[in-house]
Design a protein around this ligand. Structure first.
Ligand code: FES
Length: 159
């Protein structure tokens, strides 16, 4: 393939370079998505044809993998990202109710971003199960989380 002639601009070119760094190996698809998200903040569906072509996979195959894993964002996150653990230990300590409360306060569904730029995402075990329910706000771990503590952490993340 003549990369110079076929390389799309912007995100597509970045995706193509990332695929090349992984040897255009279909087995590296998860790492490739991880690197694209690391670079762009999310995995834009517009790059899927580029990735599919580079890895010699169908677009349906790469979309299937992208949509299966919750860790990949398909839209840009807001400046404040709240991750709430919904794995077993946290669920047993009320994580699902906490997620509902956090989302309701912002008028969004889980995975969405509020008008004031707060993205709420699920995460599956933050390794702090003894302090369940656990959340993370812009990388800051919060044990025994409740909606009020998360509001405070969001305010702090903005300041
Ligand atoms: S289950 Fe939530 S931190 Fe481990």
């Amino acid at each position: 393939m003549n990369e110079a002639a076929s390389a799309p601009m912007g995100a597509g070119a970045d995706a193509q370079a990332i695929c090349a760094r992984h040897g255009n190996d279909p087995a590296a698809l998860l790492e490739i998505f991880h690197d694209i998200q690391e670079s762009a903040g999310f995995v834009d569906e517009a790059v899927l044809p580029t990735v599919a072509s580079a890895l010699n996979l169908s677009r349906a195959e790469v979309f299937g993998v992208l949509s299966f894993y919750h860790d990949y964002r398909r839209t840009p996150a807001g400046p404040v990202v709240v991750k709430v653990c919904r794995a077993e230990a946290c669920q047993s300590m009320g994580a699902l109710g906490l997620i509902e409360a956090v989302c309701d306060r912002r008028g969004i569904a889980l995975g969405g971003t509020s008008e004031d730029g707060v993205t709420v995402e699920p995460v599956y075990c933050l390794g702090n199960c003894a302090l369940a329910p656990v959340a993370m706000v812009n990388g800051k771990l919060i044990g025994r989380a409740d909606a009020g503590r998360l509001d405070t952490a969001v305010r702090e993340a903005r300041s």
